[in-house]
Design a protein around this ligand. Structure first.
Ligand code: UDX
Length: 405
C-alpha cells in the first residue's frame, strides 16, 4: 500500500520514515525544497535519535517531492503541517492549503489530519471541501519520536466514514496498540485534553517543588516517587524543573484556553498551569537578583542548555531562551552552552563546552537535562540546578529545584 504524507517537519518526517519501516511505500510532500532535498539525500532536517538510520535503511520505500502530482494515485494522505498560534488563535491556513491542493489532484483521496486542530475543524473542512477527513492526532515526544510512532500507547481515529476509518485502522494495525475509534471532534479534543493534562501535571509538581524549597527535610524527587507509585497518579510527568516548553504544550494550552473562552467556559486549571509555568522564570531571576543585587551588569550568568528538553535540538518555546531574554533585559551578561541546539541570540556568548562556559561565568543555571551535565563539578560559584543534575551538597551556593536550602 502507498501512503501520502504532506508536511515533512518533525512529525511528518518521523511518520513517513516509521510507515516505511512498517512496510509501506511512502510519498512525502513539502513546499520547502530544502527539506525535500535533505530527506532525499538521506539526511534529516531535525535531530532525532535513530531517525537518520531508519531513513537510510528504508530509502527504497520513501520518495520525497515538492510536487503534489505525486499524490495522484494515493488514496490515503496524511496532513501533518504546522498549526501555529497567531494573535492568540490557531492558524489553519497551512492545513486548509494542503487539503485544497490534495483536492485539486485527487478529490477522492481520504485526508488524515495529524496536525493538532481544535474540535470541529475536520467537520468544518469536510463541509467546505466535500472531502473525507479522518482525525488521527499524534502523541509523539521529541527524542523518542520513532518509538512513540511505532508503538504508541494508543491510536486515536476519528471520523464519520466507516470505510475510511477501517482503512486507517489497518494502516496502524502493525503497532499492536489499542485503537480508539470515535468522532472527529472527540479525536481532536483527546489531543488537547491530553497535552493540557500533562502540562498541568508538570506545573503541579513544580508548585510542590516550590513548597519543598521552604520546608526543611523535604525533597520533591522523593515526593514525586512516592506519588508516582500510586497507579492512579503514575510516575510520568512528575519531574520538577524549569517548566514546560517545546512546540506543543505552550501552543496547545493557549489554543485550548482560547477555544473554551469563545464558548464562554474557563479552563481555569489549565490557565493556572500556564501561569505557574511562566513564574518558573521569575523564580530563577529573583534568586539571581537577590544574590547579585546592583551588580547585574558585571555578572555573567552561564546557562547550561538551550533546548527545551534533552535529546533534541529544538529551542521552540524553550524556558531556557525565555530565561536568557529576561536576564538580558535586566542587564545581566549571559553565557550559554548546549551540546546540540544552536540559537542566534544577540548579546550572548556561546561556548563550545560546558566547562568553558562555567569557567567564564560568575553564576550557573542548569536549564536542560543533558546527560553530560550529570554530576558536573562546579566550585566556588552560585549555581541554580533546575534539572536535578548535580550532586546535592550543603553548600549554600547551590540552589536545587524542589530541595530545601
Ligand atoms: C509533547 C507531548 O508529550 C506529545 O504527546 C505531543 O504530541 C507533543 O508535545 P514534546 O513537546 O516532545 O511532546 O515534549 P515532552 O517530552 O512532552 O515535554 C514537554 C515539556 O515538559 C518539556 O519542556 C519538558 O522538559 C517538560 N517536562 C516534561 C517536565 O518539566 N517534567 C516532566 O516530568 C515532563
Amino acid at each position: 500500500m502507498k501512503i501520502g504524507v504532506v508536511g515533512l517537519g518533525y512529525i511528518g518526517s518521523v511518520t513517513s520514515v516509521a510507515l516505511a519501516e512498517a512496510g509501506y511505500e511512502v510519498v512525502g510532500i513539502d513546499i520547502d525544497e530544502s527539506k525535500v532535498k535533505l530527506l532525499s539525500a538521506g539526511e534529516t532536517p531535525i535531530y532525532e535519535p535513530g531517525l537518520k538510520e531508519m531513513l537510510v535503511k528504508n530509502a527504497k520505500k520513501l520518495r520525497f517531492s515538492i510536487d503534489y502530482n505525486e499524490l495522484k494515485d494515493i488514496n490515503y494522505i496524511f496532513v501533518i503541517v504546522p498549526t501555529p498560534n497567531k494573535d492568540g488563535k490557531i492558524y489553519l491556513k497551512y492545513v486548509e492549503d494542503a487539503i485544497e491542493k490534495i483536492k485539486q489532484i485527487n478529490k477522492n483521496a481520504v485526508v488524515i489530519i495529524k496536525s493538532t486542530v481544535l474540535p470541529g475543524t475536520a467537520s468544518n473542512l469536510m463541509a467546505t471541501t466535500g472531502m473525507t477527513i479522518i482525525s488521527n492526532p499524534e502523541f509523539t515526544k521529541e527524542g523518542t519520536a520513532i518509538e512513540d510512532t511505532l508503538k504508541p500507547d494508543r491510536v486515536v481515529i476519528g471520523g464519520n466514514n466507516k470505510n475510511a476509518i477501517e482503512e486507517v485502522k489497518k494502516i496502524w494495525e502493525f503497532t499492536g496498540s489499542p485503537i480508539i475509534e470515535t468522532t472527529n471532534e472527540n479525536a481532536e479534543m483527546i489531543k488537547y485534553a491530553s497535552n493540557s493534562f500533562l502540562a498541568v501535571k508538570v506545573s503541579y509538581i513544580n508548585e510542590i517543588a516550590n513548597l519543598c524549597e521552604k520546608v526543611s527535610g523535604c525533597d520533591v524527587e522523593v515526593i514525586a516517587k512516592g506519588m508516582g507509585l500510586d497507579k492512579r497518579i503514575a510516575p510520568y510527568f512528575l519531574k520538577a524543573g524549569i517548566g514546560f516548553g517545546g512546540s506543543c504544550f505552550p501552543k496547545d494550552t493557549a489554543a485550548f484556553i482560547s477555544f473554551a473562552k469563545d464558548l464562554n467556559e474557563d479552563l481555569s486549571i489549565i490557565e493556572s498551569a500556564v501561569s505557574v509555568n511562566r513564574s518558573r522564570i521569575s523564580r530563577i531571576v529573583n534568586l539571581l537578583e537577590d544574590k547579585f543585587n546592583g551588580k547585574e551588569t558585571m555578572t555573567r550568568i552561564g546557562v547550561l542548555g538551550l533546548a527545551f528538553k534533552a535529546n533534541t535540538d529544538d529551542t521552540r518555546e524553550s524556558q531556557s531562551i525565555k530565561l536568557i531574554n529576561k536576564l538580558l533585559s535586566i542587564g545581566f551578561k549571559v553565557n550559554a552552552y548546549d551540546p546540540i541546539a544552536k540559537v542566534k541570540l544577540e548579546n550572548i556568548s556561546l561556548f563550545s563546552s560546558a566547562r568553558e562556559c562555567i569557567e567564564n561565568s560568575d553564576a550557573i543555571v542548569v536549564a536542560t537535562e543533558w546527560p553530560e551535565f550529570k554530576n558536573l563539578e562546579i566550585k566556588g560559584k552560585f549555581v541554580i540546578d533546575m534539572r536535578r543534575m548535580l550532586s546535592l551538597n550543603n553548600d549554600s551556593n547551590l540552589k536545587v529545584v524542589g530541595h530545601y536550602g
